[in-house]
Design a protein around this ligand. Sequence first.
Ligand SMILES: [Zn+2]
Length: 99
Amino acid sequence: MQYDSLKSEDSKISFATVYNSLEFLVSNGYVKKLDLDCDSARFDALLENHSHLVCNRCGEVIDVPAMAVPESDFLQKFDFTPEEISITIRGICRHCRSN
Ligand SMILES: [Zn+2]
């Protein structure tokens, strides 16, 4: 009984430790936290500018080379200087489509 409660307490601590370590890596620029608007936080070790394809069914995230911004005219129109551009395309991956 006591062992079980200790054990579950331990896994809580390890999860928090892992999460805090990830946050540390993010704040120091080693990994990037993805702003994908899903229930769980995702972290990206690929820091080069790139885009994401996200499967709506299985949640797979595929890294692809940075895509051009389709409406880049707006940057000029609003005299806006982009510091980070993230393009996420949501859809159905080939595995889910063939099932
Ligand atoms: Zn899928």
